[in-house]
Every structure is written in C-alpha cells, then in structure tokens.
Design a protein around this ligand. Sequence first.
Ligand code: ADP
Ligand code: MG
Length: 702
Amino acid sequence: MDLEALNGLLRPQSIAVVGASNKEGKIGYTVVKNLLDSHYEGVIYPINPTDSEILGLKAYPSVLDVPGTIDAATIIVPAKLVPMVTEECGKKGVKGLIIIASGFSEVGRQDLEKQVVDIAHSYGMRVLGPNIVGILSNSDLCNASFAPFLPLPGKAALVSQSGALLIAMDASTYTRRVGFDKMVSIGNMSDVNFADTIEWLDQDESTACISLYIEGLRNGRAFINAALNAVKPIIALKAGVSAHGAAAAASHTGSLAGSGKIYDTAFQQGGVVRASDLNNLFDRTLALSLQPPMQGDNMLIITNGGGVGVLATDAAERYGVPLRFAPADVQAELRKHMPEFGSAKNPVDLTGMAGKDWYYASVRFAFAHPWVDALAVLYCETAMTDPLEIAQGIKQALEDAGVEGKPVAVSFVGGEQSAAARKWLVENGIPAYDAPDVAINALAALREYARSRQMAAVPFQRYADVDEAAARQIIANARAHKNSSLTEIESKKIFRAYGMPVAMTELATTEDEAVQIAEQIGYPIVMKIMSHDILHKSDAGGVKVNVKNAEGAREAFRTIIANAKAYKADAVIEGVAVQEMAPWGTEVIVGSVNDPTFGPSVMFGLGGIFVEILKDVTFRVAPVSAEQSYKMLEEIKAGAILAGARGEEPRDRKALSEVLSRYSQMITDLGDEISESDANPVLVYEEGQGVKVVDARIILKK
Ligand code: ADP
Ligand code: MG
C-alpha cells in the first residue's frame, strides 16, 4: 500500500474545501467552520467560484489558483461536477480526495464513481468516499467533516461505513466516556477500503485500537490479510449478516453458508474481535484501547458484593472465560484482607465492609500473582465507602503490583459518585463499566483477541505432494464435453490428486465389465449411477451397497440403469461406478463454497441429521492448516461424537484434519474453476485407522 498517499489523505498538512460556502447550513460552510473550530493548524483553502473570502479565510475560484501545496481536498460539489474537480486536483498535485459529495454508486451511478477513481488514480491520488462525512482527528486538531465536533479524545480509531452512525457515535463518545483519536468515514469505498485504513491506522502512533462498523466488505481476503498483519487489536461490528451469501447458492453447503457464518470465521481467522451491538462496540473498544490482551484463561474476580459476584460469574461462563478457583496460596493470602465471612475462592468476596485498604491489598497481591491472567474488580456503592477513594486504591494497587501485560477491567455499580469514579478510572487508563457483566465481557474481548492471535500464528503449509496439473486436466476434459459438474469418478480423481484417501472406483459400461472390476476389487462392492445429469445418486435409486457376488453385480447394474432412466428420462448415462465397500465409520461431510466476498471456503459437519436438521456446521476461509482444521472438529456441537462420547472409541481426528487441510488447498488452487464441492460422506475410523472419502462431487464455475 502507498502509505505516503494515505498520509496526505488522513493526516493532511493543508486542506482545500472545494465547494466551501458562506451560507450557514450548507455542508460547504460547516466543513470550513469545523476546521476552524477544531483549531486545525494546517492551511485551509476554501474554494468557491465567486466568493473571495469565506469565514475570514481567503478563498480561491479553483484549486489551480491556490498558491501553496494541497495535501487533501474535501469535495462538496454536486456529483456531476466531481470528475472535473478531480481532474483539477490531479493537475494541482493534491495527494488525496475526501469526497463528501453523494450521488454515486449508492444511487446507481457506479459509472460516475468509477470515472472519478480512474481520474484520481491517473494522477496518483487516493479517494476516500464518496458519500461520506469526512475525517476527524484529535491528535491533528482536524475536523474535516460535517460532524459537529471532534470526539472525546482517546486511543481508539473508528472506521465507519455509515456516515450517520459515525456522527451519532461521535456525539455519544462524551456520554459513554469512550475516547477516540480518529474517526474515518469510508462510505462507498470506491478506493480506500477497510484493508487500507487498517494498514494505515496500524502504523499511526495515536491509535491503539481499530474499531470498525462494517456493512459489507468488497475484498474479503485483503481484509483478512490486513487484519492478520496488524499488530493492534481490531474490533468489528458487522451489520446485515443475515442477508449475506445466500444468493445463488445451489447446494447444501451453499445454503448453510448463507447465515453470515463465513463472516464469523473470516473475522476470527483475521484475529478480529467481534462486537455484538453498538453498546458492545463501545464497551469492548474501551478495553481494547486501554488494556493488553489476556494471554491465559485464569480470571480472578474481586468484589465487595455477592450479587455482582454471581452476575459476573454467570457472565464469565457466557462469554467464554469460565472461572476456576484460585490456588491455595492465593486464597490464603487474600483471606488476610477480608472478614471471617468473606470468601477467598473466586469470586473473591471482600464483603460490604471492604474499604480502600482491603481493595488495595487484595488487588495488589492478586494482580502480581503469576496464576492470575486477568483481574476483574467489582464494586457496589455502599453507605460506608467512598467510590472515588476505592477507585484510587485500585489504581494505586495496580501500579504498585509492578506487572505488565495483564488486563484489568472494573465495574462500579451505583449512583453519581460511582459514575464520577468510573470517569476517573477511565481517565487513568482503566476501563470501568456500570455493570459487572459488561466488565467481564470486556475482559472476554481481550481473551478472544489473544486466542485468535495465537491461532492465526499457525500458518497454512502447502502440501507439496499434490498434482494440480492432473486435476486441471480432468476439469478441462469435462469442460470440453460441456459438463458443468464432475461425476463422482472424476471428482475422486481430483481428490486423489490432492492426496486424499478415496474409495477405489472404476467405471463399468456393461454388466460384464462390472463383474470384471468387482472381481479385481473383491466383494462386497458398492455400485452407483454415473451421469453428469444426476447429482444426487440415491434420490435416483442409483446406489446399491453391499453387493456380494457376480450375480448381484449384474442385477444391480440393470436396476441402477433402469432406475436412473425412470428418474430422468433424458439423462445421459455414462455407466455404473463399481467401488470397494468401505467398512462402517462415522459419517462426516466436508464441503466448500466459493463465497462472493471471501472466496473458497471450507465447511465441516457430521453427516445425517446433524447437518440436515441441526445445521451443525462450521466454516473456514481456505486454505486452513491441519491445526486449524482440528479446531473445526471441536467447534461443532456434535464434536464430542468424534472425540469418543458415550463409550465409543475416539475417531481419527488427526487424519480427518489433514483431509480438511488438503481439501482446503484443493479448493484454493482450483478456486478459478470450482464453484462448490463436497465429500459426503467421508467415513472416519478409530484413531490410527484413518478416513475414507466414499462420495465426491465438484460443481464447476459457470
Ligand atoms: P449420493 O449421491 O446419494 O450422495 P453416495 O455415494 O453418497 O450417493 O452414497 C449414498 C450412501 O451410501 C452414502 O452416504 C454411504 O452411506 C453409502 N456409501 C456410498 N459409497 C460407499 C462405499 N464405497 N462404501 C461404503 N458405503 C458407501
Ligand atoms: Mg453422498
């Protein structure tokens, strides 16, 4: 990415306001006024065809008349004039355009938008927008937007696809006491997108946490890569997950992928923390911008009230950081700072008698203890204690503990005094909330962040023993015959070229041939209809399992052909596949979709009702390492079945994860050809006994 050009756009030293106006109420007036009100220290050049002065600043008829250099031009003229203005900015040597003007792709004018971007790029300019509010930066004292004021100063940065929401969030930073250094509106994302802004903000010294409001991504892979490469925490609120992806998905896997599950996994794979709603985005952003990640699983809760302790305990389980009892030495020490009837387990209940000193002593000890990976400090306002004093005690204790790299979150439940204490805590770098479950949720965000970073650190390693050329040859043959899907036999050849264990299969075109092949393989065998026109073979009465002898093979051959003809009169039948009958194993499904946003993605689930009815499946954007694939096996609700539930032997999850990983490489390598595919079922045997793909299907891209 061209950081230099983005610097000009996001940290401009000089700004032209094209469409600046003297008329109050016009956006061209507001933007100039906001720049002045925010005490912007760079040069402001209002551009107006007739007025020679705007809000006390000298104005120019065109950017070409401006004497000095211009880093960024905010553009607030009617859409149809934007190409001309862009041309002038290019000639002037402007670095980037902040196109506030609307009337582009959001109203169907993709052509106009493309024209503007093409002109901008021909001059090496980057484009933010169009259809945006602008940019706001506290550290640059720059409000180049029509949002009324800079946000409450802080360490987070917001990138928002929605302009209206950005303005609303800007205002609510003051009531919620969550500070932001920057807010960037990216609107139509004609050029600068989430990936660019992540990359830029990651190197911005005033940003500690990158917060995103996302409606839809253009290039999902670029997003994942930018997120993966970022060293700062990223949190995303994704709106509109329900509608995504369902379109044009013909197969099973396709419809299962429709529920935003691929977005979920993509965020996880990029190490992006999720926010469930707007409140959650603020709450989690606060913690992520102020505290380090939570590197282990042990969270200790210190409280002065049993009630909030229980609420926090429930929340801990709900948000994926279940509590454990503190070890004996921790309990013994903590007992010294509480009355007889307190509890030193976890939550540590100092009781309502706890004042500043007890909080100080227990927080200081616990925070420094190596068993503790994160600390939640809860307080209920009491008649006997002063919230601000407690807050100060907590802060002092954390400092005196002398440890770094561990997070803390605080909850003060109470009235105005507690609110004042929370405000003080946040100003002193400690995330403080008004409810215990919110503090726990904030720590859970820091845990999720650490976990996904750990997981993302295991990169995919290509399998070298694959034969991509052979796979492509099979696809080319099918295309030459105008086939849009591959038969099981063709599909299995490709699976085998990628090193997956498949049940041996040969095509028979006559009864005699069927018997011949069967004899080579050895009975019992399975026989199946092979036709490009029949995707679901059982539905057509096209599968016979456990065929035991030559007599049976002949009969099965005849029945299968007859059934297929009855099922679909005009089906072109290639013959009958004869294959080894694999021994019984746990049936699982491996599938893929070519997601419009993220590209080839792999799905995993258990066979039968688990997938059909419960939709118990999990996804990854491909490719995935075998280690990541193993996580998929644990992720599904029925995962316990593979682990060996109810006295069953554990299944060969290692072999299965390798198949998932190889499969993910296959759909990635051949992503330009394959639209959907699956192996349904794959039979999974006991540990050490491997797996077998008994059915395979590949649907080609149109
Ligand atoms: P369909 O096109 O209907 O999905 P399959 O090839 O999956 O056809 O066969 C249907 C079922 O028959 C499978 O779900 C599996 O239980 C069983 N089956 C298919 N092939 C074999 C085989 N080679 N060994 C053992 N069982 C098989
Ligand atoms: Mg099948």
